[in-house]
Design a protein around this ligand. Structure first.
Ligand SMILES: [Zn+2]
Length: 348
């Protein structure tokens, strides 16, 4: 099968589109999906650079997000059948550990991601457990393959952050950094669904204008404005109820500066660096809650798929590249030029 692979780690020049052996035939409880489109996430850049825990087996098929048509099913599979149009949830759990049994699949002790620990979606075929596919809903206008591919990772991640972890409520104020990113943009839309006021940042005025069109209440340019100062002024020095973080080192101090007494901060990433500082006296004095979050569980995935079916969480696609130009898609993400999801079309 044709696939975009890493021939080694060390950056985007290690990406190549080549022929590799087909994804394995599905075992019991698995399905093989003929991929139509795959979407990129910041994770894919980290994998290309090389990160601890990444499968060091080359050539390694990249890509976490994808959508396509079920091609073959293993024994015991009844939830889907060949010919079904599906979206793929890239988080693979063992369904047996204590956290899985408690319904918390993204806390699984053996949690693995497609395109990081397991062969990914930038290939003509991918084989996954049947629990990891969901039928693409019928929408009008019809969901494109690019939209279907762009859905799972960021929507699941943002939903868990905003709804399950931060419990954003009607009338609360939420600060979201870096609105060009898929998780940030989706978190903004979910926070708006729940009736929050949302302040978003970007270094790009065009992205801020687009975010405003998509529902942002206040936009701040974090290159030309001091976010901490602006947010305190906007909230009469009170600060925001919730900060949604995925930038890390570059924004952490300002995130805390923006957080109100009793506020909640949720982080799912560290794109600018993982090491941050905290003055514990400020944390306990202000009764802050600092939370981690990654991906989401099966119930949350079912809920975001249901919301997509309602037309509420339709993905925003930035640009679509053909498989042969996958490296250009990566480059667009690396240069942070996108607003929404960068997609690679695998089959047309
Ligand atoms: Zn588990």
């Amino acid at each position: 099968m044709r696939a975009c692979v890493l021939t080694a780690t060390g950056g985007l020049d290690k990406l190549q589109v080549i022929d590799v052996p087909d994804a394995p035939a599905p075992q019991a409880g698995e399905v093989r999906v003929a991929v139509h489109a795959a979407a990129l996430n910041h994770l894919d850049l980290f994998v290309a650079e090389g990160m601890p825990g990444t499968a060091e087996r080359f050539p390694f098929v990249v890509g976490a997000d994808g959508a396509g048509i079920v091609e073959t099913v293993g024994t015991g599979v009844t939830a889907v059948q060949p010919g079904d149009r599906v979206m793929i949830n890239p988080g693979i759990s063992d369904y047996t550990c204590e956290f899985c049994r408690a319904g918390e699949h993204s806390l699984c002790v053996n949690y693995r991601l497609l395109g990081e620990h397991l062969p990914g979606t930038l290939a003509e075929f991918v084989t996954v457990p049947v629990q990891n596919v969901a039928r693409a809903p019928n929408l009008s206008p019809a969901l494109t393959w690019a939209e279907a591919a762009a859905f799972s990772l960021v929507t699941l991640t943002a939903w868990r952050m905003v709804v399950t972890r931060a419990r954003v409520a009607q009338g609360e104020t939420v600060l979201i950094w870096g609105i060009g990113g898929g998780v940030s943009l989706t978190a903004m839309r979910i926070a708006k669904l729940f009736g929050a006021q949302v302040i978003v940042t970007s270094s790009d005025d065009a992205k801020l204008a687009a975010a405003k069109q998509l529902g942002a209440d206040v936009t701040l340019n974090h290159r030309t404005q001091q976010v901490g100062k602006e947010v305190r002024a906007l909230t009469s020095r009170r600060g925001v109820d919730v900060v949604i973080e995925n930038v890390g080192a570059a924004t952490w101090d300002d995130s805390l500066r923006c957080l109100r007494r009793g506020g909640r901060l949720v982080t799912c990433g560290a794109t600018s660096g993982p090491q941050v500082g905290i003055d514990l006296r400020r944390m306990f004095w202000h009764h802050w809650t600092l939370m981690g979050s990654t991906m989401g569980n099966a119930a949350e995935y079912a809920e975001v798929v249901r919301r997509l079916g309602n037309g509420e969480l339709r993905p925003i696609v930035d640009r679509v590249f053909p498989l042969a130009r996958a490296r250009e898609a990566y480059a667009r993400l690396e240069k942070a030029q996108q607003l929404g999801k960068v997609v690679v079309e695998v089959a047309s």
